[in-house]
Design a protein around this ligand. Sequence first.
Ligand code: PXP
Length: 241
Amino acid sequence: MYRKRLGVNVDHVATIRQARGTRYPDPVFAALLAERIGADQITIHLREDRRHIQDRDLEVMREMVQTALNLEMAATEEMVNVAVDVGPDRVTLVPEKREELTTEGGLDVAGNQKSIARAVSKLQEAGIAVSLFVDADRKQIEASHAVGADAVELHTGRYCDAVTEEELVRELEAIEAAARYAHELGLEVAAGHGLDLTNGGPIAAIEEIEEGNIGHSLVARAILLGFEEAVGEMIDAMDVE
Ligand code: PXP
């Protein structure tokens, strides 16, 4: 038996911090706890609107993370320059729309080959490995190979949102076929988006998928698992002599 690599996305620790403009909870602290228990990689998304992770978080993470730092970002000139300056171990290029709640759909690599190829080579020249976040679609995988990416991360959102058994099987088969094809082309294969304790198993079981990047469900579960302890601490703190 062996375990697939787990990338822990700590964006939503920062979401809670940003909701009140406090210094806590600190996503760097969460990253170190994740590493302490065995996470293989820390993933953060520096969004153009800076709604959760801030530039300072990225800089401190670069100093503190000891496993691997995976920076998700849009393929813009601004973001490529930030990445080249800070030097994460890996960049995952994602599509980004300001109004979206989260990353909806994969990157259209096939439709933007020239600009994505430019971003990929600039990042690789700086010693950063590049992964492209794409839908489980042959055309996008072929294009990812053509632009020289090191890896693809397959978007599992539609599989995670599937309602009927038929939809679930169809989405899982599409992810399996895409993973196999990407592997045949020599790309490393990761998966992510919407994965949790109940739907993650079948994805981890796909042979060619080497890594999962998971955030929202982990932060959500951590809040509930730690709630009794936090309330208990406060009750103790309210004891007076
Ligand atoms: N992988 C990528 C490329 C993402 O954009 C995200 C969301 O930021 C994730 C993984 C993590 O998704 P989730 O928070 O739903 O686990």
